[in-house]
Design a protein around this ligand. Structure first.
Ligand code: SF4
Length: 348
């Protein structure tokens, strides 16, 4: 049965039969630290007879989240080190993240920004903060692309999205606006004509990067929501996190990549899971990831190949970690950032 509204508390998850009542104290402790939300669409996808259900694993909190390991950190990809002003992360020369909102329709249990998102998180930019962020973009002529992320930017109302897009419209050096979102999958009805009209308001080229991790997420309804975006002229790419117990299997991952391509979404990034607190139960070794990615290359179309990347802890940006790119040196990996500098993973 589809729930009528999002589930946001440990008690609601028990009532919905998604958590055994004896786990309630632990899940309450998890909820005190990390936000919870499952949309009705995601609840309806969960197979309650499967204790290892890959959809539940992504969204239903687990007592394992109470364990924080020494290498984990609150800001695993180092956003703060590259944030010149609230709401902006300027890590690479030609692009910035614009984090207008820190709310999501669902809260992924492995989220790399789990300390920043949610009702207790970094909130939504106030109008004057948004103006200051847009002024920063205007003053930096090297910024070619603005990536709206957060939080999930498509939780914003079409009115607020219009304001942002109109603000970007008169910045000539910004050519591309990219949205990172889970909305077409987790709340597909939000993608309607009003939202699409709002996304068109900048007159820029708009890309939409869809975050999805399991082929079952690409339902007919989700595919239809993506088709509305693509038919409106927004090319789509994918983002997937490689997660133990969700998609760490070449067949499952291959089916996901094929589902993206069938939906006219080009597979883009496959992220090695970040060192976010309380997420060690999702992490696999890079060598396992490389084996899975190699199996994809051998078995499915070149259109279906994502780039396997690691966000180097500390804010050093992404490194491609296909088999030849990450060197195993005595139990620790060595990777190069985009400037050619070498980094150890995990860091000392
Ligand atoms: S949608 Fe993105 S930002 Fe939101 S909880 Fe999931 S991974 Fe984190």
């Amino acid at each position: 049965m589809t729930a009528a509204r999002s589930l946001k508390t440990a008690e609601e998850l028990v009532s919905a039969g998604l958590i055994e009542p004896e786990k309630l104290p632990d899940i309450r402790a998890v909820a005190d630290r990390y936000a919870i939300a499952l949309t009705p669409t995601m609840v309806s996808l969960i197979d309650r007879t499967d204790r290892q259900d890959p959809i539940a694993r992504q969204f239903v909190p687990d007592p394992a989240e109470l364990l924080t390991t020494p290498e984990e950190r609150a800001d695993p990809i180092g956003d703060q080190a590259h944030s010149p002003i609230k709401g902006i992360v300027h890590r690479y020369p030609d692009r910035v993240l614009l984090k207008a909102v820190h709310i999501c329709p669902v809260y992924c249990r492995f989220c790399f920004r789990r300390e920043m998102v949610g009702p207790q998180g970094d909130g939504t930019l106030a109008p004057e903060e948004l103006s200051a962020a847009l002024a920063y973009i205007r003053e930096h002529s090297e910024i070619w692309e603005v990536i709206l992320t957060g939080g999930d930017p498509l939780v914003l109302s079409p009115r607020r999205l219009s304001t942002i897009m109109q603000g970007l419209a008169d910045i000539p050096h910004v050519k591309i606006v990219r949205f990172h979102t889970r909305v077409p999958v987790v709340e597909p009805d939000r993608i309607d004509v009003t939202m699409i009209a709002a996304l068109m308001e900048s007159g820029k080229v708009v890309y939409v990067a869809l975050h999805a991790n399991h082929p079952r997420e690409l339902t007919d309804t989700a595919r239809a929501a993506c088709a509305r975006l693509i038919d409106a002229g927004f090319p789509m790419v994918s983002q997937t996190v490689l997660l133990k117990g969700v998609n760490d299997d070449p067949v499952v991952l291959g089916d996901l990549m094929k589902a993206f391509v069938e939906t006219r979404i080009k597979p883009y990034y496959l992220h090695h899971p970040d060192l976010a607190p309380g997420t060690s139960h999702f992490r696999l070794d890079i060598a396992e990831g490389q084996k899975i990615v190699s199996a994809l290359r051998g078995n499915i179309s070149g259109l279906c190949q994502p780039t396997y990347v690691l966000d180097i802890p500390g804010g050093h940006g992404k490194a491609v970690i296909g088999e030849s790119a990450a060197r195993n040196e005595g139990g620790c990996y060595s990777v190069n950032d985009f400037r050619g500098e070498e980094h150890r993973y995990p860091p000392k």
